[in-house]
Design a protein around this ligand. Structure first.
Ligand code: ZN
Length: 386
């Protein structure tokens, strides 16, 4: 089985397996088939308030601050003094305007708090799901088109595809949340040496064959797929974009001040970059890591309900941490592997109780049968050799 996968990865030289263009239909998990939507038919993007947090808005405010500085510099001293005097005489009004602005901001925040599905965690959302889906479809289509041109998308009849599909179907069948069932899940397996998998908010699951090399059991595959599917179910993309763009839009004011106050452009640029990096390190990355931890935990619960051994969760991350430091997807936006493993270990008793309540011993035997039938044997030594 593994040789077949390697054949796919080296199709041009070995020619073991023929790859064809990505099929125009994909198998759905309800057994039906559905036509893929044609490429480049995305709906127009709705311009929401989150647009304020984009790089374009930061650039525009920096330019405005710079021109305001130059304007102020060229202003005669008398006019400068009279303007300062005008503002000082109205400092109470200025204070009230600032207070009103702060009140409006807090009210806006409070009005955009909603509960996350499954966990019930309260969070801030100001990016609409439609906006995110439009962006997601464009991103997915770009990715899948690239792999199609490379002839690297596996057919649904391929054994690797079937194995992953089996796990996804079990996860879906065992987790009957409406948020899980409402997503139009579609699976794509791509021949790529990188150990990676991702799920788009619109339900496309993209798995690289390189990931399979890193796994030792089908339970570990279930943990990864559970994690990735949790991101879509919990709408982490929407939440992350909301928080990131909101923080960045709040930064517009300090950026304008920096460009207005700095004596010259290079210093303003340096301060701008430092502040951006500080915000990323102090706010964006920790937030991203907290979402990853949540996806780990919910993913393990999904897998346990589907009768995959939850003990694979902690062992997966200790295994990844020990043997692979080059997994692009699991870098600084993600918690360290040891921390992920520890968190899942803490949650293991609850996941085990789910596993036991589902009479999973029988299903485990079925997993073994399935692995045998597909010719896939999860042996670490065999996989590690390549
Ligand atoms: Zn993730």
């Amino acid at each position: 089985m593994w040789r077949v996968w390697r054949g796919y990865c080296h199709i041009k030289t070995s020619g073991l397996v023929q790859l064809r263009q990505v099929p125009h239909h994909v198998a759905l998990f309800n057994g039906k088939r559905q036509l893929c939507r044609p490429f480049r038919t995305s709906a127009p993007l709705h311009i929401g308030p989150w647009i304020l947090g984009t790089p374009l808005a930061r650039f525009a405010i920096a330019v405005a601050g710079r021109y305001a500085r130059r304007w102020w510099k060229n202003l005669p001293d008398g006019e400068k003094a009279s303007m300062v005097k005008y503002v000082r005489e109205r400092k109470d009004t200025v204070f009230l305007v600032c207070l009103g602005g702060l009140g409006a901001l807090v009210t806006y925040l409070a009005m955009h708090i909603e509960e996350a599905p499954i966990t019930g965690r309260r969070r801030f959302i100001w990016v609409s799901n439609e906006d995110l889906e439009t962006m997601s479809i464009g991103e997915f289509e770009g990715a899948i088109q690239k792999y199609t041109e490379l002839n690297a998308v596996l057919e649904p009849s391929h054994q690797a595809y079937k194995l992953i599909k089996e796990v996804v179907e079990k996860l879906l069948a065992a987790n009957q949340y409406k948020e899980v069932q409402n997503i139009n899940w579609r699976l794509f397996v791509v021949c790529n040496e990188e150990a990676n998998a991702m799920t788009y908010p619109t339900g496309e699951i993209l798995v690289y064959t390189g990931l399979l090399k890193q796994l030792t059991t089908v339970d570990e595959l279930a943990m990864i797929l559970g994690h990735e599917m949790s991101h879509a179910v919990l709408r982490h993309g929407q939440e992350k974009l909301s928080v990131t763009t909101f923080i960045d839009s709040l930064l517009l004011f300090p950026i304008a001040i920096i460009w207005f106050m700095a004596p010259f452009d290079s210093l303003a640029y340096l301060m701008h970059m430092i502040s951006k990096r500080l915000v990323t390190m102090a706010l964006h990355l920790p937030y991203s890591r907290s979402l990853e931890t949540e996806a780990d935990m919910i993913g393990m619960m999904f897998a346990a309900r589907a009768c995959y051994n939850p003990a694979a969760g902690p062992s997966l991350w200790s295994h990844f941490g020990a043997n692979n430091n080059s997994i692009g997807h699991y870098k600084s936006t993600h918690p360290p592997s040891e921390e992920r493993s520890k968190k899942l270990q803490e949650l293991l008793p609850i996941a085990k109780s789910l596993w036991e309540s589902n009479e999973c011993e029988k299903t485990q035997a079925a997993h073994k049968k399935f692995n045998k039938a597909t010719g896939h044997h999860w042996k670490q030594k065999t996989l590690a050799v390549s």
